[in-house]
Design a protein around this ligand. Sequence first.
Ligand code: GEK
Length: 240
Amino acid sequence: MKDDIFSKSMNKVEPFVFDDKVVKVFDDMIRRSVPGYAPIIGLIGILAEQYVKPNTLIYDLGCSTGACTLSMRKNIKHSDCKIIAVDNSYAMVEQCKKNIKADAGLVPVEVLCADLRDIKVENASMVVMNFTLQFIAPVDRLKVIQKIHDGILPGGIFIISEKIKFNDPVEDKAQTELYYAYKKMNGYSDLEISQKRTALEEVLIPDTLEEHFKRLKVAGFQQAFVWFQCFNFVSIVAFK
Ligand code: GEK
């Protein structure tokens, strides 16, 4: 279903929430709004194929409708693994469960409606947070990353995709303008772009790449690098 949530002029733009209305248009919204989303989903399957170890757990934190979970499920070679998909939006979790049910993959999937800050991470060979840490309160971010690090087995990986901001104001402006041009190319009007920006203002708080790398290092990851970038959207792989 086409995303037209912000197409009409609003007297007051409310903060963005992942409710029923958003879930209905989510797949269209994220593909048209996040440059690189579709290739990232596909390529996360390759990372899963390479790094998931037998008899381990795989986490998809902030799973939404289950795109990363399904991509990993398709490519994991070991059916004794289990994917744990977590989201705190009831509407998202319901849609995710439907999508998993309609998929013929053999790897078991458990879908949890929970705040990712409250769940235990253990025996993991791969953890994915695809565009989700940006919605977690900045004060909680290190604790979340630390928990993920501690729950990953040696040799395991953590994939974190985020919208980022840049220290250099010239780069920040150029990358942001390219991102808005991407949205316009995908059919969003200036009004939709501007109202969505207002709705996300205090909800999606981006960090710089430097802040991400520093946090990953403090948490104990051995190495981390960008494996995908399109404008101000990046995906990092961190190795334990
Ligand atoms: C994808 N990964 O399609 N606990 C659990 N879930 C949360 C929390 C939290 N504290 N806060 C936000 N979420 C997906 C896309 S969308 C990104 C992820 C976007 C959930 C929220 O409900 C939403 O489903 C997801 O994080 C972020 O690859 O919409 O830009």
